[in-house]
Ligand binder design. Structure first.
Ligand code: GTP
Length: 596
């Protein structure tokens, strides 16, 4: 396709404002799929995404749109909306010149609307505001226009849409053709293509998703990855329409994927530049900022024989998810496993769920924690991503923890409630601005570790679900933190250690042992549970000894009932780990998150 007729664009939005539904309508309108094939949210291909109704992986679809007798090639890149996946949004935006910013006509501008807008502006994209769900009785497009103006967009120029009813879709595409510039780039220059994603296919090897910036890529070309220097011969090139469709070549400005019998995922680095071995480009394209894992958790197979399978599964997942990191770790309590790094809590949950579902693994996962920077009395500095590895207090000069700048958008009536929550969580007030007469944005500096203690749930419940939250990394900050250990039956269980603020240690320790007492099943003997700081016990509870075994109740010959009970017991056991002589269930490892 002639470069002047190509438009590469993305849809960005706050979660649930209707990105995927709008994408569906656009695909429908351009006739890429027959009606029969049109299942809701066709771009969300993974089962998990469909079940949770969220978009996890960015996807690129090629569409053709006719306007005034001319045909345009539109490459639509769908992006995730959740705060955890900012990294993927950023990757997708790098392959675009324009973005549709979708805002719900009833909800208005939310925290991720702003965060995504800033990302788009950072990438110099043309932003087209779209006000969606105008069919809702509570829709108030005029108010949303005001809010758009408040955040620096021409709100009066927004396209009014109902993705659900198919209203305004053509106007959206006309706007894309008129306003989004065609891709720049030199058709005759040596090939430079940016890798924005890759995934493993068991038949074709690694599939590499690229945006061709200069030159062109053809089947049979010998290509070179500029970062690694590795060379391969291109065996297949394709685009998504939205089904994968083979094409002979990708021209300047186009988006698609190629296969080249690449066996190992390490060879294709997201952000790397692909060029031709025979005629290499002198300089690589600027890459992406590498993703920073913010949240860490231990992953341990319940059955230690699954260790190798777990490693293989993590390697496979990492191919599709550059932001996932992991390294082997050994726990005295849980045995051999991995410490994995994630972008945030949702990212962590998604990965854990995929490991269990797609790779059929049963895991014990430890409570998530942030990374700490520890300066020792002897002057050395350590980065510690596992609370159990925080050195003894006597050796420590200071501990720093990650902090974020959080923006919370809330109806004005809840400002007091939000401030109270932020203060409880050691927040530092930064700013308060009004988006319009009824909604405000509060900014706080908050320890990331505190956000993990169900901050989001608390925020939602204290604002009746109306507040939205977004945050960005804001560096490290010193705090008076201590390691709190948990002893069960007299033994320290390393996987239960946490880092807490000294002022809250007593309260959290008390609440934690109470919670653990409820979660740890009775054993044949009495089990003391203690929380301790630096060897000093600050709280204690006891799990009483068991009186009868489960079958004692069903004397007599009801064999099916017995079997049922035994099965139930087995089911419960699947997610237990014997630590010393005590069986500890999965929930106990997460208890610390629910103690406030
Ligand atoms: P994520 O992918 O999870 O970030 O969400 P999304 O922004 O893609 O939203 P999605 O398209 O899944 O839509 C969210 C909900 O809003 C769904 O229940 C849609 O049916 C509904 N919805 C989308 N567009 C409209 C619309 O124009 N009108 C109405 N009434 N509902 C809509």
């Amino acid at each position: 396709m002639d470069q002047q007729h190509i438009r590469n664009f993305s849809i960005i939005a706050h979660i649930d404002h209707g990105k995927s539904t709008l994408a569906d309508r656009i695909i429908e309108l351009t006739g890429a799929l027959s009606e029969r094939e049109m299942a809701p949210q066709v771009l969300d291909s993974m089962d998990l995404e469909r079940e949770r109704g969220i978009t996890i992986k960015a996807q690129a679809v090629q569409l053709f749109y006719r306007r005034d007798g001319e045909t345009y090639e539109l490459n639509l890149i769908d992006t995730p909306g959740h705060v955890d996946f900012t990294y993927e949004v950023s990757r997708a935006l790098q392959a675009c010149e324009g973005a549709l910013l979708v805002v719900d006509a009833a909800q208005g501008v939310e925290a991720q609307t702003l965060a995504n807008l800033y990302l788009a502006l950072e990438h110099d994209l043309t932003v087209i505001p779209v006000i969606n769900k105008i069919d809702l009785p509570s829709a108030d497009p005029e108010r949303v226009m005001e809010e758009l103006i408040e955040i620096g967009l021409d709100g009066t120029d927004a396209v009014l849409v109902s993705a659900k009813q198919g209203i305004g879709i053509q106007a959206v595409l006309d706007r894309v053709v008129d306003l989004v510039p065609p891709p720049p780039g030199e058709g005759t220059a040596p090939l430079r293509a940016l890798i924005f994603d890759s995934r493993f296919d068991s038949y074709k090897g690694v599939l590499v998703y690229v945006r061709v910036v200069d030159g062109q890529l053809k089947v049979g070309d010998r290509i070179r990855f500029m970062a690694t220097g590795k060379e391969f011969e291109v065996t297949e090139i394709g685009v998504f329409r939205p089904h994968p469709t083979p094409v002979g070549a990708l021209a300047t400005g186009e988006v698609g994927f190629f296969a080249a019998q690449i066996k190992t995922v390490q060879d294709t680095r997201v952000g790397d530049t692909v060029t031709l071995a025979e005629r290499p480009a002198p300089e690589a394209l600027p890459g992406y900022r590498p993703a920073q894992p913010m949240v860490f958790s231990g992953l341990y197979p319940v059955d230690s024989a699954d260790y190798v399978r777990l490693r293989e599964a993590l390697e496979k997942l990492q191919l599709n998810d550059a932001a996932l990191t992991f390294e082997p770790e050994t726990s005295a309590a849980l045995g051999f496993g991995f410490r994995a790094g994630f972008l945030g809590l949702l990212h962590m949950e998604v990965i854990q769920e995929r490991l269990e579902r797609e790779y059929d693994l049963t895991l014990i996962t430890t409570a998530p924690n942030v990374v700490y920077q520890v300066t020792l009395v002897n002057g050395t500095t350590l980065r510690v991503d596992n609370p159990a590895l925080i050195p003894p207090a006597g050796d420590i000069l200071r501990i720093e923890e990650p902090v974020v700048e959080a923006h919370i958008i809330t109806p004005a009536g809840y400002i007091g409630a939000v401030m109270e929550l932020a203060q409880e969580r050691r927040g530092t007030y930064l700013d308060l601005t009004y988006l319009d007469s009824v909604r405000a944005m509060l900014s706080y500096r908050l320890p990331l570790g505190e956000i993990m203690f169900d901050f989001f749930d608390q925020l939602k419940s204290r604002t009746r679900g109306y507040a939205s939250l977004d945050y960005q990394w804001a560096g490290m900050q010193e705090a008076d933190l201590v390691r709190m250990d948990v002893m069960i039956n007299g033994e320290v269980v390393d996987a239960l250690s946490t880092v807490v603020h000294r002022d809250r240690a007593y309260h959290r320790g008390r609440a934690l042992v109470e919670k653990l007492k409820d979660l740890i099943p009775r054993q044949l003997f009495e089990v003391p549970i203690q929380a301790a700081i630096g060897g000093r016990v600050i709280a204690r509870e006891t799990v009483k000894a068991m009186r009868k075994d489960v079958l004692a109740k069903c004397y007599g010959g009801d064999i099916t009932r017995k079997r049922k009970l035994l099965e139930k017991q087995k089911e419960g056991k699947r997610r237990m780990k014997s630590v010393g002589s005590v069986e500890i269930p999965q929930e106990a490892f997460m208890a610390i998150l629910r103690v406030d």
